[in-house]
Ligand binder design. Structure first.
Ligand code: WTA
Length: 647
């Protein structure tokens, strides 16, 4: 997808402009003095002690923001609102998959978070310790995150769809002392075991010792669970009985808040580290301005899972710091049927709806008659995140879900950036379908070629690499336990200039609108989830029949990209055709997660390699997408391709 320049742009209505949180003055203020601007934004929060310096960049690329400042993240997201007299406002309209529901006010949330904080203290956890959270979308998951934040504990949320192997890898890397989980999770009306997966993870690796002292289990589905005395405890027998009073202590602005693992270009996931003051400042600032959120008026719904960064920044920290009333939904969009999201929008009067392009395309496939059977007139703003949104899906989203009036904010950011970086401001920007448009006030980006030269505006071949040329408050502070990898991954490519390399391609059209084009490395984007080719390859090679594997992301109408794998079998393996292919797919699903399951697997006699032994993924992508082959002249054996193609 490339931006067709000078096409239709959708300007916000006068009415929207008049009431918008952000006007043109925001950019003007940021341009006048960027650091002073961020200092003003930090004043959105309550600081127990003020900072003395906005940014210390002397140890670049590791930043310190709001130096010397002290705050408590949970106090900012919960206590503050109760103290300000909003204790009775609903914080969370929680909607369970089987149809149960619960409203949690800010006062109730404060009591729950305090209980959990008291219990975590009782079992000996102290600031700096790590806690793994492996839970479905239930209120206790958010309570757990906030209780960690309250105590200066660093949480590591692991998506509950991830395998025991993936969980173990993350628990070990962060040396978590506590794992919080549930007995099971609802998936399309069925209870899938989860505690069992934790046990499998903790007994895995031939019982190699791990750091975990306790497993705290919330009862959710009622399934029977394996139990280890002295290690396992029920939430309802411990946290539930703890005192609801707890006084939040201030922590340094740079206190680590969480580690979140994301795929890199190697098989080993990176533990992205985020800290407190800068992170909360930018998530709060962006949630307020990009979503135009009005506390006490709007009903906000971000459909992400807390296992991803979108759930961290735009369900938990940004929204709660802004005193949101939000929907949190546990299940899938077609449970019990395809009307579920629109029933929820109607039930709660959702006004701001934030989702991923892959889901918009799924809604399109299900047909417009489904949303059109509902009153969606409460919706006044739509958001998109996770991958480039194709113009067709953008138009459908605006017309069918947004009643032809709601502005769409297409928000570009990453686990590493912590918060939105590039997006329209809904009361300022005339948006083009498919374009993320422009950097937010306070953020600076460039599109450059390999040598760091600016690419020319609007030229046909003007694609380049997206770099961030100034530090930003919610930037990652590193990769857990691996400072070298942090430098090598993000800062080496433009070391001379000191720019952050985002790993995405982008272009400016002739009107200066910014279009993000997708990853330029070996990271695939499947339904907005980042998965590295190396991870899937190593899962395939983990199967006893496979000698070698090469994986590419091929265009996919619904999921953005689909995983296509090419494997060579071991001499000893029996090729049972489809049976083996199914087994290999199941192997990847088991060892990583169902989201990493290849769409297609081709068993081939050989893989195309360059003379230096590198697999030519570009050519495999051509094959997977049914294109004419590109340049094959550097291949050792160009005939390999004819063999692969003919299958
Ligand atoms: C892609 C998700 C185009 C991009 C918040 C990025 C996008 C990666 C957009 C980060 C967007 C995210 N337009 N591409 N609006 N949003 N991406 O870490 O390739 O899960 O580098 O963070 O998703 O994925 P991550």
């Amino acid at each position: 997808m490339t931006g067709t320049p000078a096409q239709d742009a959708y300007a916000p209505s006068d009415e929207f402009v008049a009431a918008a949180n952000a006007g043109p003055e925001l950019a003007a203020a940021a341009e006048a003095d960027r650091l002073a601007f961020w200092g003003e934004q930090a004043a959105r929060l309550h600081w127990h002690e003020p900072w003395t310096e906005v940014l210390d960049w002397s140890a670049a690329p590791v930043a310190r923001w709001f130096v010397g400042g002290k705050l408590n993240v949970a106090y900012n997201c919960v206590d503050r609102h109760v103290i300000d007299g909003h204790g009775d406002q609903v914080a969370i309209h929680w909607e369970g998959e089987p149809g149960d529901s619960l409203d949690l006010t800010y006062s109730e949330l404060l009591a729950e978070v305090s209980k959990a904080a008291n219990y975590f203290t009782e079992i000996g956890l102290t600031a700096g310790d790590r806690v793994a959270i492996y839970m479905p979308m239930i209120p206790e998951a958010i309570v757990s995150m906030l209780a960690c934040a309250r105590l200066g504990l660093t949480h590591s949320v692991v998506f509950a769809g991830f395998s025991p192997t993936a969980l173990r890898q993350r628990v070990d890397d962060a040396e978590a002392r506590l794992v919080i989980t549930t007995d099971g999770q609802w998936r399309r009306g069925k209870s899938a075991p989860l505690k069992e997966a934790v046990d499998e993870a903790l007994y895995a690796n031939g019982d190699v010792p791990h750091s975990v002292e306790h497993v705290l289990v919330v009862r959710r589905t009622g399934v029977e669970v394996p139990w280890t005395e002295d290690r396992d405890v029920w939430w309802h027998e411990t946290v539930a009985n703890a005192s609801p009073e707890h006084e939040a202590q201030p922590f340094d602005a740079e206190q680590p808040l969480f580690i979140l693992y994301t795929s890199g270009t190697t098989g080993k996931p990176k533990g992205i580290v985020h800290t407190s003051g800068g992170y909360l400042t930018q998530t709060s600032y962006t949630h307020h301005n990009v979503f135009d959120h009005k506390p006490g008026k709007d009903v906000y719904w971000c459909t992400a899972d807390i296992g991803w960064v979108t759930g961290h920044s735009y369900i938990v920290y940004g929204p709660l710091s802004n005193r949101v009333t939000q929907v949190v939904y546990e299940g899938t969009p077609n449970s019990p049927d395809e009307h579920r999201h629109w029933n929820i929008v109607e039930k709660y009067g959702v006004s701001i709806y934030y989702t991923a392009p892959t889901l918009v395309r799924t809604f399109m496939k299900w047909g417009r008659q489904i949303p059109q059977a509902h009153d969606l007139s409460s919706i006044r703003l739509l958001g998109s995140v996770g991958e480039p949104i194709n113009p067709e899906a953008w138009r459908w989203y605006r017309e069918v879900i947004g009643g032809n009036t709601a502005p769409i904010v297409d928000t570009w950011w990453q686990t590493e950036t912590g918060a939105i970086m590039i997006s329209p401001l809904p009361g300022v920007t005339a948006t083009k379908p498919g374009a993320a448009m422009a950097t937010l006030p306070g953020i600076s980006a460039k599109i450059v070629d390999e040598n760091g030269n600016d690419v020319t505006l609007g030229e046909k071949e003007a694609n380049g690499y997206l770099v961030l040329d100034q530090p930003w408050p919610s930037m990652l502070r590193g990769i857990w336990g691996d400072p070298e990898r942090y430098k090598a991954t993000y800062w080496e490519r433009y070391a001379e200039q000191g720019w952050y390399f985002a790993g995405d391609g982008a272009r400016y059209d002739e009107d200066g609108a910014l279009w993000v084009l997708g990853r330029v490395d070996d990271v695939m984007n499947i339904s907005g989830h980042r998965i590295s080719t190396a991870e899937v390859e190593s899962a395939l090679v983990g199967h006893h029949s496979v000698a070698e594997a090469a994986v590419v992301g091929a265009n996919d109408e619904t999921t953005g990209q689909g995983i296509v794998a090419f494997v060579i079998l071991k001499g000893s393996a029996e090729n049972t055709g489809d049976a083996l292919i199914d087994e290999l797919k199941a192997e990847v699903s088991r060892s990583i997660s169902p989201i990493a399951k290849p769409r297609e697997i081709h068993i081939v006699p050989e893989l195309p390699k360059t003379r230096s032994g590198k697999i030519m993924r570009r050519l495999l992508r051509d094959v997977a997408e049914g294109r004419e082959l590109g340049d094959t002249s550097t291949l050792v054996d160009p005939k390999v391709f004819e063999d692969i193609k003919s299958r």
